[in-house]
Write a protein that binds this ligand. Sequence first.
Ligand SMILES: NC(=O)c1ccc[n+]([C@@H]2O[C@H](COP(=O)([O-])OP(=O)(O)OC[C@H]3O[C@@H](n4cnc5c(N)ncnc54)[C@H](OP(=O)(O)O)[C@@H]3O)[C@@H](O)[C@H]2O)c1
Length: 334
Amino acid sequence: MLACGYHQRLGDAHAEVVVLEQLGEAARGADLVVTLEPCSRYGRTPPCVDRIIAAGIKRVVVGVLDPNPRERGRGIALLQQAGIDVILGVEEEKCRQLNEPYFKYMATGRPFVTLKLATSLDGRIATRSGDSNWFSGPETNRFTHRLRRDCNALLVGARTAALDDPSLTVRHSQPRTRPLRVVLSRSLNLPLHLKLFEFQERLPTLVFTGKGSSASGIEALRTAGVSVAQVSESETGLDLHEVLERLGARGVARLLVDGGGRMAGAFLEASLVDRLFIAYSPVVVGQDGLPSFAMPGVERLVDARRGFLEWTRKSGNDVLASWRLGPEYWRGVP
Ligand SMILES: NC(=O)c1ccc[n+]([C@@H]2O[C@H](COP(=O)([O-])OP(=O)(O)OC[C@H]3O[C@@H](n4cnc5c(N)ncnc54)[C@H](OP(=O)(O)O)[C@@H]3O)[C@@H](O)[C@H]2O)c1
């Protein structure tokens, strides 16, 4: 192997360009192996296809076609027209999985939804008074900020916004993006001094509320520079499908749902969670602590939601676990 590279952050050089810059003249006559079809249009960076042709690459091995309809097959065709051999479909499924959120977004127009909770050993996300500040250790906090960094939007429920007063920013790591901050609230019982509403010029916040919400509440938020979008609602809350449609239309391809329990329960009940991260901390808060998923219970275990464990790992004094939920993942699980 002569060189290898990857696309490090949004707006930076794509993997192909990273590698070609390392190689210089040594790229002439070489094979290039890529997971995703090289891009053929100007986006945040110039087209990789032009760089590959100019570098004199002899053969390109591609894992999977770009699902973006504007790109799909175009990069391959341009390479072939330039006389470069192309082998397509090597480890296709693995390459698709590597970039799963992008494939979901392209197929559905909705973001890939990651839900993250920090829980006690007895499965609670806060004490009975709503205290959850000390749940996770510093290693898990760093993991959370890496997750945030890799998302386009961070979403919380109104009670988390009001009780915890989170800033919903990316810290402890170089930010790849400045994720959009999102709050869901029908009541608009959200004081304007919350940290979420600070620095609107550079860290915008979007509040989703109902179509019947108070006009004066909406006006107050807009005057403070906060964006407000109105969606359908039912007695249980805002229509989460519509929320995802709207976020997708704004270009949000990766969404992190960062609490609390009602939000987690609502997303789970609506089968809208693509990946679930739970950080278990060695603490027991008792049965009246707040549940991880505030949603109606089931009578029979056969009706319960089931998941598939992707991985676990130690994170300081906590245990991190990544789960997939939904029928497509529990085939073969008793
Ligand atoms: N350990 C953790 O990982 C973690 C993370 C975050 C928060 N927390 C803790 O969680 C607690 C807050 O959680 P929570 O369950 O009380 O509230 P929550 O999930 O943060 O917020 C629920 C609120 O969101 C609004 N909402 C809008 N649409 C909704 C829908 N479709 N479904 C559900 N809610 C909708 C409602 O407020 P409106 O009436 O305004 O519509 C509802 O009361 C706090 O104590 C916080 O410290 C823990």
